[in-house]
Design a protein around this ligand. Structure first.
Ligand code: FES
Ligand SMILES: [Fe+2]
Length: 400
């Protein structure tokens, strides 16, 4: 695919059984997942165009943490814990918004500059002198890649810088000029009544496309293929079927979708999905770029979140294609939610005896391998006692 070679060959002999069923309904494991996956790995908060002007902000409440992204007067996008240094209130309450000059905490009115430093406490003479930096908002690791804002709730973490992590897809992704795009319909969220891993398991393979996604099958079923997760990144690629168009949305999409000059020929009719371990996908089509991700709310409920971005100067054809692609995706997502429910339900049944996966589901396996590397308790077929989960995982980690 590019000079950063990835060996995507599937071994002849591999364990096709997936994670143990208990992993989908253990509260103790969920706590470990929050800490060792969600808080320590890069998470997409949004895109620079979600906070285009100084004072624009965006928040994200996930896995017991609250992120605040705000563009400063100097134009720099920064990330903070959305947590007042006085008594921990949210500093901004809305998901998205604009503040003219400063962030004013709604609890007692402490005021923060847009760069996170404390401007002042309310009734300052009731406090000793407050250091403006020491009492500033706590910063988050933040990195911008091709316009996408990545944050990390814990400093450091097991992953390299986002630019290094995503090097293997950089050359292919760069021509879309994603950094120049603007929001289509804003950031969406939806709840799904399953474990977050069931969402990811469904999304990590295209074996089900032919049976379960009639629109995608019509659009690109004959060309679709998945590459496994390697160093935290997977890739799926498809181009339009030569005879696409049995369905109205697909027929019209293929007819009007742009084939932009700035894309290499191989990508002019391609939909490409990049899986980012542990819980996100960035997807490109010739007329748009999107991200989607999932965060656990409990072992049995997941927050789905994402957004689609478009060209600021898009043509009528591009806009129409983007709308049709959205319709295809919307149908696909509803189908995937149903599939993940059925798969997830089985994990509670005595009859569940593990997966038995096709070579076409090797992406699921490699995602699970990445999970096992962070959480070696997942290699245990029998469910450990909930109270022992953390210590057992720590002991297994210290052995590797
Ligand atoms: S908690 Fe923010 S001002 Fe008191
Ligand atoms: Fe699907």
């Amino acid at each position: 695919m590019n000079p950063h070679f990835r060996d995507v060959a599937i071994p002849n002999d591999w364990d096709r059984s997936g994670l143990p069923g208990w992993a989908y309904h253990s509260d103790a494991l969920l706590e470990l997942e929050k800490e060792h996956l969600f808080r320590t790995h890069w998470q997409i908060a949004g895109h620079v165009s979600d906070v285009p002007n100084p004072g624009d902000y965006l928040t994200m409440d996930v896995v017991g943490e609250r992120a605040l992204i705000v563009r400063g007067k100097d134009g720099i996008v920064r990330g903070f814990h959305n947590l007042c240094r006085h008594r921990g209130s949210r500093v901004v309450a809305d998901n998205q918004g604009h503040c003219a000059n400063a962030l004013v905490c709604p609890f007692h009115g402490w005021v923060y500059n847009l760069d996170g430093t404390l401007r002042g406490a309310a009734r300052p003479r009731s406090f000793p002198e407050l250091d403006k930096t020491e009492f500033g908002l706590k910063p988050l690791d933040l990195e911008i890649w091709m316009g996408f804002i990545f944050i990390r709730f814990r400093d450091g973490g097991p992953q390299p810088a986002v630019a290094d992590l995503l090097k293997p897809i950089e050359a292919e992704f760069a021509p879309y000029r994603a950094a120049e795009m603007v929001p289509s319909w804003g950031i969406w969220t939806q709840k799904s009544p399953v474990n977050w891993k069931s969402v990811r398991d469904v999304d990590n393979e295209g074996y089900h496309v032919a049976m379960a996604h009639p629109a995608l099958q019509d659009l690109y079923g004959s060309t679709y293929y998945d590459e496994p997760f390697i160093n935290g990144v997977s890739r799926s690629f498809a181009t339009y079927n030569p005879h696409a168009g049995r369905r109205w949305s697909v027929r019209n999409y293929v007819r009007i979708a742009p084939q932009p000059d700035y894309l290499p020929d191989a990508q002019k009719k391609a939909w490409i999905y990049y899986g980012l371990f542990p819980n996100a996908v960035i997807a490109v089509t010739p007329e748009s770029v999107q991200f989607y991700q999932e965060f656990p709310l409990s072992t049995g409920e997941t927050l789905l979140r994402g957004a689609i971005y478009r060209y600021a100067d898009e043509s009528r054809e591009q806009a129409a294609a983007r709308y049709l692609a959205f319709r295809i995706d919307r149908d696909t997502m509803a189908e995937d939610v149903q599939l993940s429910v059925w798969s997830n339900e089985s994990m509670l049944s005595e009859a569940f005896a593990g997966f038995y996966m096709s070579d076409l589901e090797y992406g699921v396996r490699t995602h699970h391998d990445h999970l096992r590397q962070q959480l070696p308790v997942l290699s245990l077929e029998a469910q450990p006692a909930e109270k022992d989960m953390e210590a057992l995982n720590a002991a297994l980690l210290s052995r590797v």
